[in-house]
Design a protein around this ligand. Sequence first.
Ligand code: FES
Ligand SMILES: [Fe+2]
Length: 376
Amino acid sequence: MSEPESPQRQTPDSLMLRGFWYRALPSHQVRGNRLHKLTLLETPLVVGCGNPTGASPGRPFALHDACPHRGMPLSCGRFDGQQLECSYHGWRFDAYTGQCQLIPSLTADQNMKVDRIYAGGYPCAERDSFLWVFLPDPGPSAGGFTKPAEAPVAVPEVPKFSESFQTAYLTADMPVSVDHGIIGLMDPAHGPFVHQAWWWRKRASIHEKQKHFEPIPNGFRMSAHTPSSNSAPYKLLRLYAAADSITTTIDFILPNLRLETIRAGKYWFSSLTTVTPIARSHCRIDVVACWNIFRWVPFGPSLLKFVFAKFVEQDRRTMELQAEGLKHNPHLMLIDDADRPAKWYFALKAAYQEAQLAGGEMKHPMAGPVTLKWRS
Ligand code: FES
Ligand SMILES: [Fe+2]
């Protein structure tokens, strides 16, 4: 076993990676020309959902929450479904392009080119019950004379394996940096201590495990395996398929995606969990799950939601306490093999930043498949 390493040494500043899509908020919260103020990666945003073509559902937009005239938050203004009017001097902007449409103080003979002015805009899309916003790298200059750019990549999505399925989501605020949120999420060793429950597992069920990992673009995969025998949802799954036909795959992909897929014959369950940086020591965890199982089990979906909610709450409570301990910047360490996924996360993040700076392809920190062992 190699010597413990310090996570601070690897990312001293809890850097928030730009150039990716991030979940902003559940889309049902954004309705009827209301403007929503929110922060992602320390960036103030105003989001809304209009109906420019009368189509339903509406079309979402995201703008930098500062007017390019004198910085008034645009979220204080009014939105009519297409244009947003600043509350200070009434400048009007197209909410979808950010382009200025009107400056009310101009007189008929003042022919200033109003349409050269832009409020800073961000690509925004709805996917799987959430609005997502793309935060480019480098960030837009919060408006001025530049048009918002298009997102170069598609919005991440929960994989689905049949036409009909059910879906649910959960969200929780965590008072820690995105790094602690992510390494806490992928940490296998806290399970027996944090996630104890009579219907789930007991601390005494701790045993040695061995899992195979492989590199994938921008991340790593815990290869398809038969799920751990000491977990309740998997016991439920056996109602549907022979135990040895159940496989689960877990991917981590930069900047913050954890994708879990469980397949049991024609039945499937998948979830996409994201850890979104809000500010330097504040992140938010959102889990969206889709499945076509449990349909004939009484209380199936609510049971599942209950189990997930319990888990997320246990993690949230743990991180709240951890934040107390982190206040005074204690020395921290990562050990093999249980913290190796965390080490890969930091290495991936560093490799991504390096490629951004130097230009060119990102060099993946994993050379090939690796087997890790731990007790949990
Ligand atoms: S600050 Fe927005 S119009 Fe002046
Ligand atoms: Fe956990």
